[in-house]
Design a binder for this molecule. Structure first.
Ligand SMILES: NC(=O)c1ccc[n+]([C@@H]2O[C@H](COP(=O)([O-])OP(=O)(O)OC[C@H]3O[C@@H](n4cnc5c(N)ncnc54)[C@H](OP(=O)(O)O)[C@@H]3O)[C@@H](O)[C@H]2O)c1
Length: 329
């Protein structure tokens, strides 16, 4: 290969960042001892924000976006990885401060590379991607803190989003009763199809409330933050376990300690940029007991040149589920 295609973010002349397709050579990529031929990448909210130059996600340009990828090793100086191995990479700063998955090739340190989890295809691993890992990590830590299907319902916010859709499917497939909170009135059939038993319009969470309200949730998976997280906490049932990983609706939230000190509610912060041992443990669960059953309904496979349009839909909150980017051969 002499050159290959990448969707790269630029801040030309120090101006507002933008993104465009460019032809690159391997030497243009961030350094690393493993070169990967990317088969699939995906689109996560952070990628769309980065490409739009929002939230100061990318600070050094030019940068290839894409916080996850799946593909085959093309060359390796890491003894654990051989040419042809099927691998997955997410986090560790790819797509942010190291060139990421939105290109036909990526080059990364060997310690960031995870063998494709047994039982998953490259396409399934990308349909899950950083979003599926985040949903799996929420379930892992909630169950570690005592959540079980007979404890009560689990509420999922941002339910039509990438993490939210997989969380609804994953939880329902594991036997949980799932309440999906969404701002999309036309998405109820989609969410029921993923296994949600209750659908709530997000107005319910955005209205002001009392410091404690009727306890309704044994578990909570929050993509939105802000007022939605505050509502979740005041409506958790005793010993409920809530997980917070997103700020699609805002970072700051107003809350009080009563859910914690009167109900023993636990709030667990989720950072998907985990150490490798935790990744391998949780991915094995995602490929096994946590396996979602409706990934085909969640993931749309798009061509590489469709990426900018998908990013615009994601930022306009008109997308749903996951976009998987199939790299050209
Ligand atoms: N901590 C971590 O390691 C980690 C890992 C992965 C993702 N995240 C974060 O988690 C959040 C969700 O990520 P994602 O990839 O699932 O994103 P996504 O596919 O864009 O989904 C976000 C969903 O949030 C809901 N939402 C509520 N208020 C919104 C608003 N003001 N603007 C946009 N969406 C809004 C929407 O669902 P409804 O229309 O159904 O309400 C939307 O579909 C993002 O903040 C992302 O940065 C964090």
């Amino acid at each position: 290969m002499s050159t290959f295609l990448a969707y790269r973010l630029h801040a030309d002349g120090g101006g507002a960042p933008g993104a465009r397709f460019v032809e690159l050579r391997v030497d243009d990529l961030s350094p690393g001892d493993v070169l990967i031929r990317v088969a699939y990448s995906s689109l996560n909210y952070k990628d769309a924000l980065a490409a739009a130059g929002r939230n100061a996600i990318v600070r050094t340009y030019p940068r290839i976006g894409g916080i996850d990828l799946a593909g085959h090793v093309a060359a390796s100086r890491d003894a654990r990885l051989r040419e042809g191995d099927a691998v997955v990479v997410h986090g560790f700063g790819i797509g942010v401060d190291h060139d990421g998955g939105h290109a036909q090739y990526a080059r990364v340190p060997g310690g960031w590379v995870m063998p494709l989890p047994a039982g998953l295809s490259l396409l399934e691993a990308s349909a899950l991607g950083a979003a599926g890992y985040t949903a799996g990590l929420c379930l892992h830590w909630m169950e570690h803190n005592g959540l079980a299907p007979d404890a009560g319902k689990v509420v999922v916010s941002g339910a039509t989003g990438g993490v939210g859709s997989i969380a609804v499917d994953m939880l329902a497939s594991r036997g949980y009763a799932v309440a999906a909170l969404t701002g999309k009135p036309d998405a109820h059939a989609y969410l029921r199809g993923l296994g949600a038993s209750d659908i709530l319009a997000d107005d319910v969470a955005l209205a002001p409330g009392k410091p404690l309200e009727r306890g309704a949730w044994a578990g909570a998976v929050d993509a939105v933050g802000g007022a939605v997280l505050a509502w979740m906490l005041r409506t958790m049932q005793p010993d409920g376990v809530a997980t917070s990983f997103g700020n699609a609706g805002g970072a700051a939230f107003d809350g009080n300690v009563l859910p914690f000190i009167l109900r023993g509610v636990r709030l667990i912060g989720i950072n998907a940029n985990s150490p490798m041992a935790l990744r391998e443990h949780v991915w094995a669960k995602i490929a096994g007991p946590y396996r979602p059953r409706r990934l085909e309904a969640i993931a749309s496979v798009i061509a590489f040149d469709a990426l900018p349009g998908a990013m615009a839909r994601m930022l306009a909150r008109t997308s749903r589920g996951r976009y998987v980017v199939r790299m050209p051969d």
